[in-house]
Structures are given as structure tokens and as C-alpha cells.
Design a protein around this ligand. Structure first.
Ligand code: GAR
Length: 196
């Protein structure tokens, strides 16, 4: 099996969807769930599923990204992942870190990239009056929320949607999209997955 490490910062619902997909004839298995926050809900969910976990708190590094990443790299390298999935990981990674996993690091982002890189994507899509919004899985490169697109799911914006309403609907599609992309990617296929 291909070994998959998953990086989370929060509740880890995308991590759970990935982990729960890696059974049976799936070509990959989880090897580590890693967080920048020891209290991230995702760590408990992973441990409860029998997956090794680790945490490296970014806060003591006070913005020294290189020093933080040097610590983050230790458990990650020990886990010897073939594929690294960012799943709600909310720290920006440097080009130096990313280059170590070039071509085998994926991220899910809650917008139809290249629209709305960065934060507050749902509010920005509503504010712009867009008809559609959604989520994207892409290969991670040194540039933020950039890199080859491996899949997208489109969600219609309804009249009266709040950012929270929209985020909740997009998240349901994230849980379908990310496992579909990971499976295809682990099989060596980079053809984009387009949902629904
Ligand atoms: C997801 O909506 C994910 O797309 C987003 O954070 C949420 C994490 O939820 N990621 C980003 O905004 C990355 N910049 P989860 O912890 O339940 O998977």
C-alpha cells in the first residue's frame, strides 16, 4: 500500500473522510495524522481509528516558519509517507518544505480555484454575487492555493445563503471529492475528478 500522511489543524472532517475511504482494495493506507495544534479535534478522531498521531505547536516558534517546519518534518519523515494530504491545515508552508514532497502533496481548498485563494472564501463568493462556488483539490506548490488541479466540486449559491450555510454545503462535497481524488492519485492517475 501507498502510505498517506494527513495534516490537520481543526476538526478533521476531511481527514476522517480520507481515512474511512482507505479500506478494502484501496491502494493506500493512512500512516500518520499530524497537527500544528495538540488540541485539534482531528487528532482524537485519528487516534480513535488506530492511526498514529503527532502534534507540533507552531506558536512557540513565533513566526519562524523554517524552525517550525524543521520540527514538523521530523514525525512526517519518520512516517515515510508516499503521499501527504493537507486537510484543513491552516499554516502556510514554505517552498523549501513543499519541495520535499513535490508532486506528492495534495491540498483541499474551499473555492473553485483559481478563484478565492486564501481565507473567507464562502463570504467572498457570496459578496461577489457568484452563481456557483465549491471546492478544489490540487497539487501543492510553493505558491499559496496554486498548483495543478486534481478535482473540483461545484455547489450552487442559493439566494439568502449565509457564509455558514454555504460552507456546510461545500463541506459535504469536500468529503466526496477528496477521497475520490486521493484514490485516483494513489493509482497514478492525475486526470481531474469533476463533481457532481
Ligand atoms: C475545510 O473546509 C477545508 O477546505 C478548509 O478548512 C476546512 C477544514 O475542515 N481548508 C482551508 O481553508 C485551507 N486554507 P475539516 O477540519 O473538518 O476538514
Amino acid at each position: 500500500h501507498k502510505r498517506v500522511a494527513i495534516l490537520v489543524s481543526g476538526g478533521g472532517s476531511n481527514m476522517v473522510s480520507l481515512v474511512d475511504s482507505m479500506t478494502g482494495d484501496h491502494p493506500a493506507r493512512p500512516c500518520l495524522v499530524l497537527s500544528n495544534d495538540a488540541l485539534a479535534g482531528g487528532l482524537k478522531k485519528a487516534a480513535g481509528r488506530g492511526i498514529p498521531t503527532a502534534a507540533v505547536d507552531h506558536r512557540p516558534f513565533k513566526g519562524d516558519r523554517a524552525a517550525f517546519e524543521a520540527e514538523l518534518l521530523k514525525p512526517l519523515q519518520d512516517a515515510k509517507p508516499d503521499i501527504v494530504c493537507l486537510a484543513g491545515f491552516m499554516r502556510v508552508l514554505t517552498g523549501d518544505f513543499v519541495s520535499r514532497f513535490q508532486g506528492r502533496m495534495l491540498n483541499i481548498h474551499p473555492s473553485l480555484l483559481p478563484k478565492y485563494k486564501g481565507l473567507h472564501t464562502h463570504a467572498r463568493a457570496i459578496e461577489a454575487g457568484d452563481a456557483d462556488h465549491g471546492c478544489t483539490v490540487h497539487e501543492v506548490t510553493a505558491a499559496l492555493d496554486d498548483g495543478p488541479i486534481l478535482g473540483q466540486a461545484r455547489v450552487h449559491i442559493e439566494a439568502g445563503d449565509t457564509p455558514e450555510d454555504l460552507a456546510a454545503r461545500v463541506l459535504l462535497w469536500e468529503h466526496k471529492l477528496y477521497p475520490a481524488v486521493l484514490r485516483r492519485f494513489a493509482e497514478g492517475n492525475k486526470t481531474p475528478v469533476l463533481l457532481p
